[in-house]
Design a protein around this ligand. Structure first.
Ligand code: ZN
Length: 280
């Protein structure tokens, strides 16, 4: 048999009131210091600072920082080529490669820098940049694709995130709560131009790039032919830094190609020149 409702309420009351009273007191105690003495997290929120953990960066965060770096680069440091036909062509090659890379799950952005020097670079979160000078030096689409695949390799290997972390720690910019996202983006902008990749990262990007080319159906030998051309011209650009030696990289690539074979397309230079016609 159930007890009447009023009786149950009376029984319950003995603990309801003390707890309510306790909660009111707690709110007063906690509420007071919030007014007079702001907590650090409140400061951070009001100043719009977003702290990130570089050791544990999500793909989404990496893409956001990459976008922020891109905004700064395009706004202040580089000039993009205003030619939709060429930009679309380069992006199409890039997407074909990215979808076959070891990191296909993030969005990729490929842009052409209006600079006649031979260069290409990647930041993070899928952002890859190719100079127009590199486009004109390549003999065919597969050669251009080989450099782009190498840069995608840097993104897949998260090399820029690693460099950013090393730089931030060495400069004492990482606090207990993490690194300010704006500071991270500033470091990213500087790294895009100044710091060469380590020997290990270059070999890593080469082998990841070669595998990506193969899977995307481009002739892997184009990576070797393009590097050889750069070495012969003596115009080794920063993306092919002298460390490690380009000749050693070519040797390794050649060994890998002779093991796995050289099957793929993109070697027709006449077709390639036609695609670039609007560039001249
Ligand atoms: Zn590289």
């Amino acid at each position: 048999m159930t007890k009447p409702f009023a009786s149950r309420l009376r029984k319950a009351r003995w603990w309801v009131y003390p707890i309510a009273a306790l909660m009111t007191t707690a709110m007063l105690v906690v509420g007071q210091p919030l007014v007079s003495q702001a907590l650090p997290w409140r400061d951070l929120i009001f100043r719009g600072i977003q702290l990130i953990q570089l050791s544990n960066l999500s793909d989404q965060q990496e893409v956001e920082i990459g976008r922020q770096i891109n905004d700064q680069l395009v706004g202040q440091r580089i000039r993009l080529l205003q030619n939709p036909e060429i930009t679309q062509y380069v992006n199409q090659i890039g997407q074909r490669l990215a979808s076959q890379s070891s990191r296909p799950g993030i969005p990729y952005t490929f842009q052409v820098v209006n600079d006649r020097s031979v260069n290409a670079f990647a930041t993070m979160g899928g952002f890859v940049y190719v100079n127009r000078g590199l486009l004109t030096l390549a003999d065919n689409e597969a050669e251009l694709a080989s450099v782009m695949a190498h840069e995608i390799g840097h993104i897949a290997g998260r090399h820029a995130v690693k460099q950013m972390r090393e730089t931030a720690i060495a400069s004492g910019l990482v606090g207990a709560a993490g690194l300010d996202r704006n500071t991270a983006a500033n470091i990213g902008v500087e790294l895009a131009f100044k710091r060469p990749n380590s020997r290990r990262d270059e070999y890593d990007a080469d082998s990841l790039g070669l595998e990506t080319m193969r899977r995307a159906g481009y002739a892997p030998s184009a990576m070797v032919s393009f590097m050889t051309k750069l070495l012969r011209d003596g115009s080794v650009p920063t993306f092919l830094s002298t460390h490690p030696a380009t000749s050693e990289r070519i040797n390794r690539l050649q060994q890998s190609i002779s093991r796995a074979g050289d099957i793929g397309d993109g070697l027709d230079s006449r077709v390639y020149r036609a695609r670039l016609r609007s560039l001249s």
